[in-house]
Design a binder for this molecule. Structure first.
Ligand code: PLP
Length: 272
């Protein structure tokens, strides 16, 4: 069972991410996923988005020093077993996150696994990252245990335009060259692939992660949910390959149970 022993402190995970007022994606999805995976969830809020099922109509950034202070406050008191990032919004916030994580032993050279989901835009194309923040984001990858780009994010960050399985390997190698320990390239956007074969790569091994494809438009928050499930498994002590396999099983179920919401696009599910 994923349920922690009552009365004992469970594993703890922290998301550094934006708020989605519609509750489908962002830190709301991260928190649901953490708790669903038996892990106590904590949040360092980076930005408040004004958002519903149709799209994002406003973004209000939190000052970088307040983002870093949230991280420091929870980690120094409550402690943390794994950390993930979602929407980071600006170069200033990214640099503040990099600095505070370095100081607290979060990421590659520290003891605490660090998952970077390189969120750049919503599925509707609304920007969630400033155009001048790409260099800072690439810099942050050097601290990452794992980065989890989709193919749009690979194109934006490396220029590699993957359109088939050979392209996926090139995408994984190009992302890995930016410095993270592991890369998970998510192939969900390769529409002519009947399975969704995601690739996990550490510079040597290429691990293929096949899964079924579902015919649903309701995938809002899918990327956040996958990265959070992986982070929760890492927080519980899984090794990286095991944690990514757990995350893949979790997202397959979440997409298969996705539901309509509002007049636009509904979220992946965390009801079960
Ligand atoms: N809003 C926030 C705050 C997010 O962090 C994300 C994804 O990371 C989204 C929206 C976009 O989710 P989707 O691309 O699934 O619409």
């Amino acid at each position: 069972s994923l349920r922690p022993v009552p009365g004992t402190t469970p594993a703890r995970a922290l998301t550094i991410a934006g708020s989605d007022s519609g509750g489908g994606a962002g830190l709301q999805a991260d928190m649901r996923t953490f708790f669903g995976c038996g892990v106590h969830g904590m949040t360092a809020v980076t930005a408040v988005t004004v958002q519903n099922s149709v799209g994002v109509t406003g973004v209000h950034e939190i000052p970088p020093e307040t983002v870093a202070a949230q991280v420091e406050s929870v980690v120094t008191d409550i402690g943390v077993n794994a950390v993930k990032t979602g929407m980071l919004s600006s170069a200033g916030i990214i640099r503040a996150v990099d600095e505070v994580c370095g100081r607290l032993g979060i990421g590659r050279d520290g003891r605490i696994p660090f998952v970077v989901d390189p969120v750049a835009a919503s599925m509707h194309g609304d920007p969630l990252l400033r155009a001048d923040a790409l260099d800072a984001l690439r810099e942050l990858f050097r601290r990452a245990t794992l980065v989890t780009p989709n193919l749009d994010e690979v194109r934006l960050l490396t220029g590699v335009d993957a359109r088939d399985r050979a392209g996926l390997v090139a995408a994984a190698r190009a992302m890995r060259a930016l410095g993270p320990q592991w890369v998970l390239v998510k192939a969900g956007h390769l529409v002519d692939d009947p399975d969704c074969v995601d690739l996990l790569h550490d510079g040597e091994r290429v691990v293929e992660l096949p899964g079924p494809r579902f015919d649903t438009p309701h995938t809002h928050g899918g990327g956040d949910t996958l990265a959070s499930a992986v982070t929760a498994a890492l927080a519980r002590g899984a090794d990286l390959v095991e944690a990514v396999r757990f995350g893949k099983r979790y997202i397959v179920r979440a997409v298969s149970d996705a539901y309509p919401l509002g007049s636009g696009v509904g979220p992946v599910s965390s009801f079960w």
